[in-house]
Design a binder for this molecule. Sequence first.
Ligand code: 5HY
Length: 248
Amino acid sequence: MRLRIINPNTTVAMTYKIGEAARRVAASDTTIVATQPVDGPVSIESHFDEAISAVGVVEEVLAGEKEATDAYVIACFGDPGLLAARELTRAPVIGIAEAAFHAATLISTRFSVVTTLSRTAIIAEHLLEQYGFRHHCRRVRAAEIPVLDLEENGSAALSRIVEECRRARDEDGIGAIVLGCGGMADLTETISREVGLPVIEGVTAAVKLAEALVGLGLGTSKHGDLAFPRPKAFNGRFERYSNLTPGH
Ligand code: 5HY
């Protein structure tokens, strides 16, 4: 199968890291295509960043539809543009937050999330509510690190995340930890070793879930709210979306 992993921010190094983490767990017959939008924020750390990155996500799905893509992963912990992306394809589209929440509830009764900045913690809390995982999650914690510190060798990012994971382990009464950023895709083994708890991150969880859905022959339902958008005129810089039809 051909799996398109979309990093919704525009930092090439993070896209590369996300692609490598995905390839480490993908089945041998899964081809991973790791991409990012041309336009958009270098990191996503606010509602505004999310809104702009969602356009980049749908652009990448439209591009993927021209390449016989079997499934998509949105590799940002806010799952930006997830439902809009699902409208544009019959293929499964998995957000890394949703995937990580599902995996965490299959191996623990209670988990905590450790994300980057406290200002984005609310985005994860909104998703927990929206996806129905609120009562499984004890706390959404923040290591208070900017997203791009994860790309800086020698930054304090890893030690700050480990510290916060240890606090979660000791204070939250949990059985597992979810890492709340696509840029943490390569940290699970290190942090699990340091903290002594199962650590889940969304990119690798989403890859295995996508493979499972494709293996079951399941795709995005076109019955109801995820049906293809009704063709219509778009004005201005979005004119290219006018009268979109399935397969485009
Ligand atoms: C992410 N931002 O996964 C989110 C994490 C966050 O650029 N990739 C980003 O802090 O919300």
